[in-house]
Design a protein around this ligand. Sequence first.
Ligand SMILES: [Zn+2]
Ligand SMILES: [Zn+2]
Length: 268
Amino acid sequence: MSDAQIRLSFFATILAIMTLWELIAPRRALTQSKLRRWGANLSLVVLDTLAVRFLVPITAIAVGAHTEAHGIGLLNQFQLSDGARLILTIAALDLIVYLHHLMFHAVPLLWRFHRVHHADRDIDVTTGVRFHPIEIVISLGIKIAAIYVVGANPWAILIFEIILNSTAMFNHSNVRIPVTIDRVLRLLVVTPDMHRVHHSIVEIETDSNFGFNFPWWDRIFGTYQAQPKEGHLKMTIGLRYFQEAPIAKMGWILLSPFYAVKRSLFRG
Ligand SMILES: [Zn+2]
Ligand SMILES: [Zn+2]
């Protein structure tokens, strides 16, 4: 099995599990046509995969193999057990993903692409894979640089990518988890209730809870917001200036980074 096939199998399995869970125990009533949103969000996955395939000549796994073979990067300077190497790789790459997400909010040009993710007016498992192809290509460039700095091995990168993809689908899903379980769970992993705050229309909430895997970075760096002010059932999802936009139309999605809108960053 190639690494692409392994990742696709995990993607399909987690998508199926979360889809079923959303049907059995939904957290919020959806406000948009699910068929249209799912069509757009899943089409973006296909486009993103093609964009990476044709625009980026190298895979993250191949970069990992290169750093390993030539002893490049921080972790390759030490004699580490496989377990320690894996834990350190996951922690380091996850911190970089957190900082990278923060940067996509803070830099106006990058925000233009990332706001495609936030423009979704419902949040469910497919929002977790809704990203503009240009954001995906830029992210891969950052990831390749991160792999060089960290010295991540190919198998550790593959495990990290599977975990990140799975947790992104989990924490975007519209599933109901009892508050008492959520409270314990979010000490270890970003839960759907925690990440939903990040999709709030209220800007100070949009600019919080940047973590995808571990919830600790938000707590350490002061970007943690426990709950939305309006509550999970009453809060509005999306962006204030895109509430009337055709967020499920592919033409709009692909061109929306080029529309001018005013937004103040990190206010409040
Ligand atoms: Zn974001
Ligand atoms: Zn999100």
